[in-house]
Write a protein that binds this ligand. Structure first.
Ligand code: SF4
Length: 698
């Protein structure tokens, strides 16, 4: 007997745009995915990843049974086991680690896509560990820390549709956040907004821009300080706002004075007249918003200073919390939103235990503006037991080996663990190092709630089909694991987790399913109503005394990247080109989807964007396989002639790997990247500006 096709309204979790989707179901199987035209952000758009949902769920390589390692770690040999046994093994190992080394010796980590942060954090709170690890230090975290340190909220809600000027700073949303941002950007441009793009590469948006500033990678702070200087020098700043709502203007003015247009042109390699024109437009257009790239402004040794300076730029031009500027949206779920304080292990543990959160000793500001522990501060605890030993790690939706800088070191880290369990759809170079692998439900097979980066909305992610046997909703996995471990204060059902999350909007999940979404009105200039910004002085901290007290520069400082033609000329003799990595590709989400045929076909190999003159000078042809080398290693990559990049700069995408046993090291750019020269405030990683050379294969 065949059922009629049912349509379920939901949202897509293949990347963080969270587009609205209509899921078609027949005979208990997902048969179609369409864009939901009623969705307030994506308006019916879906990308190839979203359309590939059926291919992902019913993929023959999907892990569908719990697996236990057989034999040596890393040999990729596993045998099927029951859920009961797999959970017993995990429970035993985690309890054993807590007994011997303290609860903090257990870390749970998550990638960015499956929205597990609240549930993992709550589990850790109940278990007693303050250590939730996520790559926020290289994706969004420095934006939140830099802007919250300056004005009390994260500069993450640009109001593109109502802006007169859109400044995309190291941001290519067409490839990285199409569903969340592109509709509003198009609306803004249709309404006549000027577009300024800061990017070393000529992306589609850069080429359509009124001003594309082709910046030398790693010099963004110098450019932002120059914009501030130009705007102050030319009296383009909002005097009323500066006088009433900021502190430290005169010290800022003196600090940025050396960043003249000419000096900045010399540092950034951008022609002076382009800098002047763009700064002039940003200073005069009202309102204007800044769209910072989640990766673009978060992967540098001065990421904190960059995000401080962008916030200052928005503030002194009077664009904070105004329509068409940079908004301060709050999720309707408030303290129970994805990273809300109600879930935070740090907040829920006794102070003494909370203070053990990895990273707080070296990055003290992160105690006050929390982000998850960066992987790069967890690694020393595993490798060298500093500041204390970490022995067990659980990874959810995370391929650390391919996604994080310095893959060679990441492998050493994972090999050193006493115990690693991974929860993932497919085998990856990371699951290959696991002791236990668990099969999660796909997003279309589970219920959830989403509010992270969703401005003033919370969305219902509604299950369309039952998980294929024996995959499980990850929330249910945590509930089952908690029971095995005797953690009875954890939730008892998935329904309870979702109802708890929705309490601030006075709805159960059952009721929420009927509505599909919930929003609260956007409010402007909240600081006027409250009489203050949420900062130590109550004003925008142009000069921040409190940072000074913590040993952090009170004004944003430009630092040359550790590897650059200026900072390391000797190294440049061997590695003459600047390598910028991490630009996104629409058909993949970071290191995932590489085994999905329809997506792989669209972009089968990693391609090095290189100026044709540079390639020809090295006798390299379009499509030729070459070696790309840095002081840390060498990978294979295909030459792609690209006119819109500086002849001394090359760009490599990230996340490529062909298969667990097919030499992932061969093409994974993170074999070359650095995880040492971190931002001293946010632990951001310097992968946007490194030195490299390209070699012919003999
Ligand atoms: S952009 Fe694509 S993958 Fe991302 S949420 Fe939208 S449809 Fe899904």
């Amino acid at each position: 007997m065949t059922d009629k096709t049912k349509t379920i309204q939901s949202i897509c979790f293949e990347c963080h745009s969270r587009c609205g989707v209509l899921l078609e179901v027949k005979d208990g199987k997902l048969t179609g995915v369409k864009g939901d035209k009623t969705h307030p952000f994506s308006h019916g758009y879906i990308c190839p990843k979203g359309r590939a949902a059926m291919e992902i769920i019913y993929h023959p390589e999907r892990i569908t049974r719990p697996l236990l390692r057989v034999g040596k770690k890393g040999n990729s040999r596993f045998e099927e086991t029951s859920w009961d046994n797999a959970l017993s093994v995990i429970a035993g190992k985690l309890l054993d680690s807590r007994e011997k080394f303290g609860a903090e010796s257990v870390v749970f980590g998550s990638g960015t896509t499956r929205g597990m942060a609240p549930y993992l954090n709550r589990f850790l709170s109940v278990f007693g560990s303050p250590n939730f690890m996520a790559p926020s230090n290289m994706s969004g975290g420095p934006i939140v820390v830099g802007s919250a340190a300056t004005c009390g909220f994260g500069l993450i809600d640009p109001d593109y549709a109502a802006a007169s000027c859109i400044l995309l700073w190291a941001h290519n949303p067409e490839a990285s956040w199409p569903g969340l941002y592109m509709h509003d950007i198009r609306e803004g441009l249709k309404n006549g907004a000027k577009l300024i793009v800061i990017d070393p590469r000529g992306t589609n948006l850069a080429k359509k821009a009124d001003h594309w500033l082709q910046i030398r990678p790693g010099t963004d702070v110098a450019l932002s300080l120059c914009f501030i200087n130009y705007i102050i020098e030319n009296n383009l700043y909002d005097k009323d706002f500066v006088e009433n709502w900021t502190v430290g203007f005169n010290r800022l003015k003196a600090h940025v004075a050396p960043f003249t247009i000419e000096k900045c042109a010399e540092i950034t390699w951008i022609p002076a007249k382009q800098i002047k024109a763009a700064a002039g437009i940003f200073g005069t257009a009202k309102p204007a918003c800044i769209g910072p790239g989640m990766g673009g402004v978060c992967q540098a040794n001065d990421a904190f200073d960059l995000n401080r300076s962008l916030t200052i730029l928005s503030a002194i031009t009077g664009n904070l919390e105004v329509e068409g500027g940079n908004l301060n949206c709050r999720p309707p779920t408030g303290k129970r939103s994805c990273y809300g304080p109600d879930y935070s292990a740090y907040n829920n543990l006794p102070k003494e235990q909370a203070k053990k959160k990895l990273g707080l000793d070296t990055y003290p500001l992160l105690e006050f503006i929390p982000i998850p522990s960066p992987p790069q501060v967890v690694w020393p605890a595993i490798l060298d037991e500093k500041p204390y030993p970490v022995k067990a790690l659980g990874l959810f939706a995370n391929n650390s080996v391919c996604a994080y800088p310095n893959s060679t070191r990441v492998v050493q880290v994972l090999e050193k663990l006493d115990f690693l369990f991974a929860v993932d759809y497919f085998h990856t170079p990371t699951t290959a190092l696991a002791d236990v692998i668990l099969p999660p439900a796909h997003w279309s097979e589970r219920d959830d709630v989403e509010d992270l980066l969703m401005k003033n909305y919370v969305f219902c992610q509604q299950k369309a089909v039952d998980p294929i046997p024996e995959c499980r909703d990850e929330k249910q996995i945590l509930i089952d694991l908690a029971r095995k471990m005797g953690l009875f204060s954890f939730w008892q059902s998935v329904q309870q987790t979702l109802d708890y999350r929705l309490e601030p909007v006075s709805m159960t999940f059952e009721a929420f399913k009927e509505k599909g979404r919930y929003d609260t009105p956007i409010t402007y200039k909240n600081y006027e109503k409250k009489g203050r910004f949420r900062t130590p002085t109550g004003k925008v901290e142009l000069y921040a005394d409190y940072l000074n007290l913590m040993g952090i520069s009170p004004l944003p400082v430009f630092r040359e990247p550790a590897e650059s033609p200026v900072a390391s000329p000797n190294l440049q003799e061997d590695y003459p080109l600047i390598l910028t990595t991490g630009g996104r590709n629409l058909v993949y989400y970071h290191s995932s989807h590489r085994n999905i045929e329809s997506l792989h076909k669209k972009s089968p190999d990693p391609e090095l964007q290189i100026h044709p003159d540079t390639a020809r000078s090295l006798d390299m042809e379009e499509g030729e396989w070459v070696f790309l080398a840095s002081p840390r290693g060498k990978v294979e990559i295909k030459i792609r002639y690209f006119e819109d990049i500086h002849p001394q700069v090359v760009h490599s995408p990230h996340g490529y790997w062909y298969g667990v046993e097919n030499g992932w090291q061969r093409v994974n750019i993170n074999m070359l990247t650095d995880d040492q020269s971190l931002c001293p405030v946010t632990a951001s990683v310097p992968i946007k500006a490194l030195l490299c050379r390209v070699e012919k294969m003999l």
